[in-house]
Design a protein around this ligand. Sequence first.
Ligand code: ARG
Length: 472
Amino acid sequence: MAQLWGGRFEKETDELVYAFNASISFDKKLYKQDIAGSKVHARMLAKQGIITAEDEKAIQLGLDSILDDIEYGNIEITDEYEDIHSFVEANLTERIGEAGKKLHTGRSRNDQVALDMRMYTRDKVLETRGLIIQLLGTLDDLMEKHIETYMPGFTHLQKAQPVTLAHHLGAYFEMFKRDYQRLYDIFDRMNFCPLGAGALAGTTYPLDRKYTAKALGFYGPTLNSMDSVSDRDYLIEYLAAASTIMMHLSRFCEEIIIWNSNEYRYIEIDDAFSTGSSIMPQKKNPDIAELIRGKTGRVYGALMSLLTTMKGIPLAYNKDMQEDKELVFDAMDTVNGCLVLFNGMIKSIKFNKDIMAASAMNGFTNATDAADYLVGRGVPFRDAHGIIGRLVLYCIDKKCSLDELSLDELREISPKFDEGVYDAISLKTCVKRRLTMGAPGRRAMEEEILSCREFLKKAKEAENEINSFFNE
Ligand code: ARG
């Protein structure tokens, strides 16, 4: 057991208590951020004359060597330390002696962990943003290719009106676009540095908080020191955004599962993204889509869990907050992993265009257009609705589609029909004439794709800019 705080205790910590309290098994993920934060803190302490230049030099070399040893696998971060902060400090002191003991001057683990977690989350937010942009790129390519891939649009999972695959995918483009924007906003709000808030009330040393904030890539320091050590809003915001991404992925997966079913056969998921059955030789299952749909639950769970953890915590730091890490780490890995797999899966899907078009034909998706045709010939819409309704009933009985009826059969119900009806209710015409902004008709769709492209271009520029800022 290696702790930073033995002084005022007369007894050893109970072993169970030690294990219950320790966080190293999961906060070891933060080693890079912890070392980077410590290096900048030490540089600032020296600059402010709080520690000597020699001590600072020893600290810097010591911290660099710890980082190298971890990265090259020369040392292991073991459970013998309480948390990552204790591990780094103890290791440093072992390496450089007395100077190591000065690193924690004017700092508390409360502002330290707040800093580490923010830096870690900041990277993950950028990673998620990058993955969403890749997915938007895939959707954009597919939209371009499928402007004339007809399919039924559904409401209540009942065929409604004909649309195109490009139009259907465009709906998801909008959802993931909002997801990107949410993460963009979150980053802007969270990129402030809590280092220097101390345990809760700042310190008596003349720290330069603006300096450390800038050196660590933040827009500036956080303000109130009590809030600085106890704010976990940015994690809740991230989890809410991650939950929404998962909800979108899950809806899409649900459709992929339906489209891939034996009854629909709109698509075929690539072998590389499917699995078989141990007993039924004919099976090819959409497990990846199902797993992504399933994993949505654990991300929602993380959000609810952290909201609940935070709801009764008085100011300022309380140990409850240590519970943020495992949940958030798991949610980050889940959402980022799902985005990668989902992108790969939809890239390799084969769309059975003929089956999709036939499906749009045989479900009376052109019934509204048939009614509109009669309206064009002077029949009031309500009457036209009734006439087409009767024709649909007749077709159901005859097991055929509206355009398979002869002109005589049509005229028997309304004399207003003539030859032009067949073109008016063909799938192509039904889609082509839907030209309101955001509709599936070619011209409207091309404009939509153009503005998607414009968005993507700007988002990519923003990502390049922020990534080159952090990799400088
Ligand atoms: N492991 C702790 C956490 O994750 C670090 C902060 C500990 N601070 C304290 N006062 N015990 O929250």
